[in-house]
Design a protein around this ligand. Structure first.
Ligand code: M6R
Length: 611
């Protein structure tokens, strides 16, 4: 949530800042800005809306702006104050000599603001961040030392932040710090970088250092100095990033989301590779470092996650309970952290997160860790803050996902849960899961078949794109699929969509049904098929417009459903990994028909680093 980038060196800063912001656009995109030093003066350039608006402003003033060899930049996801130019970062103080960019939330900003106003500071924005600008400026006027000013300011700030600060009286210096928000420093030759995330650096350097909470770094073109909040020097590991610069290309697809949906067969193959070698061989999951004897005796697992990752976790619960007989609780991280949980050293706690930066989930796993639980993290970002909390780390290897709506990372999380559940069952010596292993191996071909018939889904999307509301129903292991289908639709088309367990329909939601309401039944063969069919009949009897997502070829379905989306036959237990694909496509095509910004839907961000 919000991305920050800083450059100091001998080259022009502006292109590096704009490149960095482009690769951080997934963190927010409602306004952006840069601060540079032109002829000894700090100058701010800001724009509301997409990053392109800032790029247009820069282009007009390029001759001037490109003189600067120092700069900080920001891409915003608004928390305090609307996404206007005044609220866009960087923010400055009264004298205009200082500029600050911030990712996070300053929780005590009201108290600080009151104090600073009494001292004569004039505020120009509604943001919490502007308090930091005034506070650091006031400390600087006492100390004339930017690092010390930032250090003293952070002693008074409460909340989460990654900050970068420049001041025109201290040329050739950027000071940056963090608490509960990510920040990474990149080392160059005669130049240094700082950013919220690796993609902003990787074109320029692979040598990097992740900051820990409450560390303050001072960058000049030739030096990187690190201290802690008590002014003690700190030595931090410098590592070579295992990343290649990636040209983020849509490869001919109209949107990243569509490309990422199509990558799913290969994502499944990648996740299985080296772990599921043959159906008669045990699953290899070296990443799980919990002692096998402890794993055998485990009787409680808690899984914490948010959004789409939460839906993957719900499928995981179903699998682990079914295959291994271990009781599993799944809870949104944001709820888990504000109640008394029964978590101890005998509980395995699994954190699931595509980004590895979701603040609620990080807090949840930290809480569990402090109670002695073994922490297993399932993430697409093995270099993330959450990954660094892990005792066991399962990287899901989906590759970079650009579209804000998670698709292939969900698939990778699901497949990782299948592997984990089979692995635990094998360690415990319960259940013969060879049939499932065989099905996992051939799953990519089945997904390919669904993708090959996407025109059918496109037609269905066209038919229903005018709907104001949507209901998804399912039972059992596909209830999370219904939730995920509804979430995808909401996120990118802004249609009000809700997933229900089909059996609950008659306990209230059925009151909403009439000829204007589409009901999509996830009707996969298995033990709940007949039940969902009856629930679908009940909906049809209330004149709802019926859509089936099914692997059944029963011709009788034609009478009940206005539209049928067919997928290849699959066992009920593996069906969530196939059934979700047409739902992703349905959401995609509806959003596309409605002309929505599919890859960057309003109000969302790919990485949610605030609680
Ligand atoms: O990075 P995480 O998986 O922890 O993110 C959790 C949610 O913010 C995320 O899944 C969100 O719901 C996505 N936009 C779903 O498409």
């Amino acid at each position: 949530m919000c991305g920050i980038v800083g450059y100091i060196g001998r080259n022009s800063a502006v292109d590096i800042l704009l490149d960095g912001l482009t690769s951080l656009e997934y963190r927010g995109y409602d306004s952006s800005g840069i601060a540079v030093n032109i002829d000894g003066k700090v100058q701010l350039y800001k724009a509301a809306g997409k990053l392109q608006n800032l790029k247009d402003i820069v282009e007009k003033n390029y001759a001037e702006i490109s003189k600067s060899t120092i700069g900080i930049g920001h891409i915003r996801w608004a928390t305090h104050g609307a996404p206007t130019v005044e609220n866009a970062h960087p923010h400055s103080c009264n004298c205009g000599k200082l500029a600050v960019v911030h990712n996070g939330i300053i929780e005590n900003f009201k108290e600080l603001k009151e104090k600073l106003e009494k001292q004569g500071c004039t505020f120009r924005s509604q943001t919490d961040t502007e308090t930091v600008a005034h506070l650091v400026a006031s400390k600087f006027s006492q100390t004339h030392d930017l690092t010390e000013a930032v250090r003293l300011a952070t002693k008074e700030i409460e909340g989460a932040y990654a900050l970068c600060v420049i001041h025109q009286d201290v040329k050739d210096t950027i000071v940056a710090t963090r608490r509960n928000a990510p920040l990474v420093v990149g080392f160059g030759d005669g130049e240094n970088f700082v950013a919220s995330d690796v993609p902003a650096l990787i074109q320029y350097t692979k040598k990097a250092m992740y900051l820990d909470d409450n560390q303050i770094v001072t960058l000049t073109p030739d030096s990187v100095k690190l201290i802690d909040i008590d002014n003690n020097p700190v030595v931090q590991k410098v590592e070579m990033l295992p990343w290649e610069p990636v040209a983020l290309s849509k490869m001919g697809y109209k949107h990243f989301m569509l490309k990422e949906i199509h990558e799913q067969p290969d994502v499944v193959r990648n996740v299985l590779s080296g772990k599921l070698r043959a159906i008669d061989e045990p699953i290899v999951l070296k990443e799980v470092t919990l002692d096998r004897e402890k794993l055998k005796d485990l009787n409680r697992i808690q899984i914490v996650a948010c959004g789409t990752s939460l839906h993957a976790a719900m499928v995981g619960k179903y699998l682990i309970e079914d295959f291994c007989g271990i009781s599993v609780d799944v809870e949104p991280s944001s709820e888990y952290i504000y109640r008394k949980t029964i978590t101890d050293k005998n509980t395995l706690v699994i954190g699931v997160s595509q980004s590895g930066e979701t603040a609620d989930t990080i807090t949840a796993v930290r809480q569990a860790k402090s109670k002695g639980s073994h922490i297993l993290i399932v993430t697409n970002r093995p270099d993330s803050t959450m990954a660094r909390e892990a005792d066991s780390l399962i990287p899901v290897n989906a590759g970079i996902e650009v579209s804000v709506a998670a698709t292939k990372s969900y698939m990778a999380q699901l497949i990782s849960f299948y592997l984990l559940a089979i692995y635990i069952a094998e360690v415990k010596g319960v259940n013969d899961l060879r049939d499932l292993k065989h099905e996992l191996i051939i799953l990519p071909q089945k997904i390919e078949k669904v993708l090959a018939h996407k025109e059918d889904i496109q037609q269905c999307a066209r038919k229903f794109s005018g709907s104001k509301d949507f209901i998804f129903i399912a039972r059992g292991i596909n209830f999370p699929t219904a939730l995920e289908g509804a979430l995808k639709l909401k996120e990118i088309s802004y249609i009000n969509a809700t997933g229900y367990t089909a059996g609950e329909l008659k306990h209230g939601p059925i009151a909403m049904l009439d000829e204007s309401m589409p009901v999509l039944s996830i009707l996969m063969s298995g033990k709940v098929y007949d039940k969902i069919l009856s629930n679908s009949e009940e909906a049809k009897a209330r004149n709802a417009r019926m859509i089936a997502l099914t692997d059944s070829t029963d011709p009788k379905l034609n009478e009940l459903f206005d539209c049928i989306i067919r997928v290849p036959e699959i066992s009920e237990i593996l069906s969530p990994a196939l059934a979700v694909v047409p739902l992703q496509l349905l959401a995609y095509y509806i959003a596309e028909f409605l002309g929505k910004d599919v890859d960057q839907p309003r109000n969302l961000a790919k990485s949610v680093t605030v609680e």
